[in-house]
Design a protein around this ligand. Structure first.
Ligand SMILES: [Fe+2]
Ligand SMILES: [Fe+2]
Length: 148
């Protein structure tokens, strides 16, 4: 497998979780990680800064949903977010000192990490939020991949 296909993160309906505000945030996440993966050295600082702003808002929002609704598995979800933010701070400091390799590694790690986090942690929260708001399971409408 090439390095590119290993680290690619592309938005598709397969990533939809059925809770609209979260899906919109996740689509933005995928586009910012992809922009970072494909950044030139000159573009890296600005793209990392954009991703940093996004990550803080993304994780704050999910934490707010969990806190406001008394979500039972909040602790381990927040721990995963905090680990990402911790790495982000280290990578930002290294990039400021001219080390771009860790920034590129961070982008590849995020691309690898996200589908599992979304499937496991975020999907449970999406389900929970839909139950609270709509009184039922999320309804995910995915386009058919066959094109037939
Ligand atoms: Fe998320
Ligand atoms: Fe999350």
């Amino acid at each position: 497998m090439s390095a590119d296909s290993e680290s690619a993160l592309v938005w598709s309906d397969a990533l939809l979780l059925g809770f609209g505000p979260m899906d919109a945030r996740h689509e933005e996440f995928v586009s910012l990680v992809s922009a970072l993966l494909h950044a030139s050295n000159v573009e890296l600082p600005q793209r990392l800064a954009a991703l940093a702003t996004h990550l803080r808002e993304h994780f704050d929002e999910e934490d707010r949903w969990m806190t406001e609704t008394g979500f039972p598995a909040r602790h381990c979800h927040v721990e995963e977010h905090d680990a990402v933010l911790h790495s982000l701070e280290q990578v930002q400091a290294l990039l400021t000192n001219g080390d771009s390799s860790e920034c590129r590694r961070f982008a590849r790690e995020l691309a690898r990490w996200f589908p599992g986090h979304a499937d496991y942690m975020d999907a449970a929260l999406a389900h929970w939020m839909c139950q609270r708001r709509l009184g039922g399971k999320p309804v995910v409408l995915r386009r058919r991949a066959t094109g037939a």
